[in-house]
Write a protein that binds this ligand. Structure first.
Ligand SMILES: CC(C)(COP(=O)(O)OP(=O)(O)OC[C@H]1O[C@@H](n2cnc3c(N)ncnc32)[C@H](O)[C@@H]1OP(=O)(O)O)[C@@H](O)C(=O)NCCC(=O)NCCS
Length: 169
């Protein structure tokens, strides 16, 4: 696999089913997303394509901020790299492309909830108390059927204050 053979691009409606399958391939690490959710948020997805196949995904959602003096946070979600292509820098490329894409919205911070904190630490994220992202816990985690409480779930909350820059994708 050469780096140049893999093309990163914005997702299209036609990618919906492939994105659905790619996320579903990591049931222990990623929250599965219904196809309808993927389609409604297709403009919040980036994909990587190799030989006509979607081999990696990354997406984001906006977390509103009650304090009117602050901008919303953006949560990076659904970061998936096909198993045989992992450990070659593609995950980093996907997250960095997503970070670049969302920078134009000027979020106050980027957050992730992840079972893979070392990967995001390499990208500059640092752990934060889950209590700092209560909106996310109420909106998403409260509906989780896997763990008793978002506060005891083993997913780690991490954040990064983005450097100002323009999007290129
Ligand atoms: C996590 C995931 C996206 C990483 O993708 P990847 O292409 O293997 O990552 P990269 O090769 O770009 O790694 C970037 C850096 O993170 C490190 N890293 C990647 N995965 C790691 C892991 N599981 N544990 C520790 N370090 C890890 C790499 O060693 C690399 O370090 P370096 O910059 O010093 O060389 C991929 O393993 C995956 O799809 N996992 C299943 C889904 C998932 O857990 N998604 C993340 C939660 S949203």
């Amino acid at each position: 696999m050469t780096r140049d053979a893999i093309q990163l691009r914005k997702a299209r409606f036609g990618d919906g089913r492939a994105i659905f399958q790619r996320i579903k391939a990591h049931p222990n690490e990623l929250v599965p997303r219904p196809l309808s959710d993927i389609m409604l948020n297709i403009d919040r997805f980036l994909v990587a394509e190799l030989d006509g196949e979607i081999v990696a995904t990354a997406s984001w959602s906006v977390l509103p901020e009650l304090d009117p003096t602050k901008n919303p946070s953006i949560e990076i979600q659904s970061v998936s790299v096909r198993d045989d292509l992992q450990k070659h820098g593609l995950g980093r490329r996907m997250v960095e492309a997503a970070m670049e894409r969302v920078a134009e919205f000027k979020p106050d911070q980027l957050i992730v909830l992840t079972f893979t904190p070392p990967f995001f630490a390499k990208l500059g994220f640092h752990p934060i108390p889950k209590e700092k992202i209560l909106y996310k816990l109420y909106k998403g985690c409260m509906n989780c059927a896997k763990y008793d409480s978002p506060l005891t779930c083993p997913e780690v909350a991490m954040a990064l204050t983005p450097a100002p820059r323009e999007a290129s994708l």
